[in-house]
Write a protein that binds this ligand. Sequence first.
Ligand code: UDP
Length: 334
Amino acid sequence: MVYLVTGGAGFIGSHLCARLLREGRRVLAVDNFSTGSYANIAGLAAHPGFSLVTGDVRDQELMAKLVREADVIFHLAAAVGVRHILHHPVETLETNILGTHVLLSLAARYQRLILVASTSEVYGKSRRERFSEEDDLVLGPSHLSRWGYACSKLADEFLALAYHRERRLPVIITRLFNTVGPRQTGRYGMVLPTFVAQALRGEPITVHGSGRQTRCFIHVAEVVEVLIQLTGEPRAVGEIFNIGSTEEVSIAHLAQVVKEITRSSSPIVFLPYEQVYGAGYEDMDHRVPDISKIQSLLGFSPRRRLSLIVREVADWLREDAAAVASFGRRPAAD
Ligand code: UDP
C-alpha cells in the first residue's frame, strides 16, 4: 500500500508519515514548504519506504502523477495558523480551495480513498457547549480575513461530500481540534509552542484578550493514530468526524500551567486583540468537541493529559535551541 500525504513536511503530516513508516507502509510525501520544513522530516529521509516530492497541491499535472501512484491519500496540505492566514489571505483561499479541488477531482478520477483534514474553525462563533458534526455553523463576516480560513475549509467539506455523492468518491472528512506536540512551530501563531518558548526564554507569556477563552488540546500522536484507523474503516466513508480532546482549559490557565511546568520566571501578560491582530479581530470564546461519533466508531478516547503534553513540548524545545530562539516572536514581514 502506498500512502500519499499532502503537507507531509508539516507538523501533523510529518508525524503521520513517521507513523505510517513504522507500520511498514510506503509513504509518498508532497509539500511546498510554505509552512512545512525539512527539519520535520529529516529523520525519515533515509527510510527506504519514504519518498519526498517538493511541489504544490495546486499543480494538477504533478498531483495526477502522485494520486495515480497512491492507494490512499491523506490531504493535509493547507495554509494554516491564524497569523499566517491574516497576512496571506489570497494564498490561504487559493491553497485551501483550489488545492483541495485538484486532489478531490483526481481522487475521484482514479477512485482513491481520500481523507480530507478540515478544522474546528468551521464551527466559528457557535455558542454551543460542545460542537457536534451536524450542528449549524456560525461564521463571521467576509471583511474579517480570519473567517476566510474557516470558509475555505468549509468549501472543501462541501466539495468533498459533493464528489462523494455525485462521483462515488470514497472520502472521509475530519475536523481537527487544537492539535499540539513536538515539532509544532509557534511561528504562525499557535498558542502552546509560543507560550512554552516564551517561558523557556524568560520572556513575558502573551495571553491574548481576557484569557478566559477556552480550548481543548490533543496530542498529535493520538490524532495521527485515529486518521490511520479511519482509513481502514469502511463505515467512515462519506462521513465527518470531530477529532479532539475534551479536556477544556482557559488560555490564562494554560499560561499558568506552562509557567509552572517549565519553572519559568516569565510574567504572564494580557494583550488586547487589537494590539496583536489589528482592529476588528474576532476570537472564539469556547471550543469543545463532541467526540461521541468517533468514539462509537473506533472506541477512541484521548488519553494524554495536558500537563504531560506541555512537558513533552518543553523537552523538545529545550533540545532545539534554534526553535526556541525564533518561536513566539512576532516576525516582521510574515
Ligand atoms: N493565543 C494567545 N497568545 C498567543 C497565541 C494565541 O493567547 O501568543 C490565544 C488565541 O488568541 C486563541 C488561543 O490562544 O484564543 C488559541 O490560539 P491558536 O492560534 O493556537 O488556535 P485557535 O485560535 O485556532 O484555536
